[in-house]
Design a protein around this ligand. Sequence first.
Ligand code: AMP
Length: 126
Amino acid sequence: MTYEYDRENIFAKIIRGEIPNDTVLETEHCLAFRDITPQAPVHILVIPKGNYVNFDHFGAAASDAEIVDFSRTIAKITKDVAVDPASGGNGYRLIANSGRDPVQEVAHMHVHILAGRPLGRMLQKT
Ligand code: AMP
């Protein structure tokens, strides 16, 4: 199995500092920043700094340290923005669009954290 990673994708440029971003948290292996077109009051993207195309690439090829850091980063952000249910928050949704059917626009692995309003059921019937 091969993954073609485009080094000129917009998130690669953000990681290299070539375009600005509204950083929420940076760790050794991850960067989290606010989505430029927010779909909810809280709309944060979490990306690994490594060159991974999507979630299945990341899950298969990333190191244990990268995977742990990614999960811990999401957990920390949900606490920092006070949406985690354990702290009395109203909760959040994670979305990882990977490939064509979910319409992944940026071919660098990312997870959306969405929160701050009722988000409805998981999917709309089409
Ligand atoms: P996806 O459809 O899962 O690939 O989502 C890509 C997301 O990246 C969209 O929600 C865009 O609004 C967001 N996005 C694109 N360019 C930027 C940028 N320069 N800064 C922050 N978010 C961006």
